[in-house]
Design a binder for this molecule. Structure first.
Ligand SMILES: C[S@@+](CC[C@H](N)C(=O)[O-])C[C@H]1O[C@@H](n2cnc3c(N)ncnc32)[C@H](O)[C@@H]1O
Length: 332
């Protein structure tokens, strides 16, 4: 119980996370061609704290746009999701902007809220941030998105509608085919009539996009470089951080902003707990994250292709961003 007497519990990941991290680092850095590290590893406690700073940077308008839409349209969104509701949030982060929506539901009736996060730090922030909302119970799941959602779906009570939140354009971290597959997997866990509120960053001028991922203060650079620091901490790696630099570039075919870490020189790095020695050529990069951008019409097609129907869309025009309400259709 928390101080307000609300039920609050965290389910932790059970598999050995260090072994899995080592295996993924090994696979990503020994690939033929472009070296890669999975973006989910950006979010350890330092990374999650840095992401919070990114979300208030003047150049990163994305979080503010998402928050404006949720604040302005909270009642309207809640009214589109009828009956008793359980809310699951994929990759909740600190959950700050979710408050508007949760409060709109709580004005109607008691709800259950299930943040699903791989970052224990983000999950703890979220529980602190939202634990004071009256008429709401929080149960946090320290899980990968789909594993967490399966568990939440198993807990739904008869007659309860499930609303899944996937905000902050985190869907954009998947490439388009993987994003489409992910939406189908989410749909398969849901029942007809359940909803998914999907936050998506829309296309905008390239200089504006690059500035959002390469800020002059260097916070995004620190967020990116922290992945190497994390490997040093958790896998006994020997990365010298100032031998790498942050790089953000637009990929026009993919319509995405890519983040890379570029080697400033020819070098060899040992990562003891992954039993790995990696060579980098000067200028070679490690691809760490992509953020795909969308056009508003494309979202309707994405909904249909995954077994949803896009019932409503709200667009912020100050920073092009769309909140899309997908409703699960009966699967044929
Ligand atoms: C881009 S941040 C967005 C946070 C928040 N939803 C927002 O809109 O500001 C992505 C969040 O998803 C979490 N995350 C990343 N990959 C995940 C995965 N595979 N399963 C669960 N959570 C994940 C990260 O820890 C991080 O907090």
């Amino acid at each position: 119980m928390n101080h307000k007497g609300h039920f609050m519990l965290t389910h932790a990941i059970t598999a050995d996370p260090v072994v899995e991290f080592a295996a993924d680092v090994r696979a990503g850095l020994t690939r033929n061609g472009q070296k890669e590290l999975l973006s989910k590893y950006l979010y350890d406690d330092v990374g999650s704290a840095l992401f919070e700073v990114i979300s208030v940077l003047p150049q990163y308008g994305l979080t503010r746009a998402d928050e404006r839409l949720l604040r302005r349209h909270a009642d309207e969104i809640a009214n589109q999701v009828p009956g008793p509701v359980a809310v699951a949030e994929l990759g909740s982060g600190s959950g700050k902007k979710t408050r508007w929506l949760l409060k709109a539901f709580c004005r109607r009736q008691h709800i259950s809220y299930f943040p699903i996060e791989i970052s224990p730090t983000a999950l703890a922030m979220c529980e602190r941030e939202l634990g004071d909302i009256e008429s709401m119970s929080i149960v946090g799941f320290e899980r990968e998105y789909l594993d967490g959602l399966v568990e939440v779906a198993a807990r739904r009570r008869p007659g309860q509608n499930l609303l899944v939140l996937f905000l902050g354009s985190t869907i954009g971290n998947f490439d388009r085919p993987a994003g489409a597959k992910f939406l189908r997997q989410v749909r398969a866990i849901l029942q007809p009539g359940d909803s998914l509120l999907l936050g998506t960053d829309l296309e905008k001028p390239i200089p504006q996009l690059i500035a959002a991922y390469d800020d002059p203060l260097g916070v995004t650079a620190a967020f990116n470089l922290n992945l190497l620091a994390r490997i040093n901490r958790e896998l006994d790696g020997e990365f010298v951080l100032d031998r790498f630099e942050h790089l953000a570039r637009f990929n026009p075919e993919e319509r995405s902003v890519e983040m890379h870490l570029r080697s400033r020189c020819d070098q060899t790095v040992r990562i003891h707990r992954a039993d790995l020695t990696v060579r980098f050529r000067e200028g070679e990069t490690i691809w760490t994250e992509s953020s795909h951008k969308y056009c508003s019409n494309e979202l309707f097609e994405m909904a249909n292709a995954a077994g949803f129907f896009c019932k409503a869309q709200w667009v912020d025009h100050e920073w092009s961003f769309a909140e899309n309400l997908f409703v699960a259709q009966t699967l044929g």
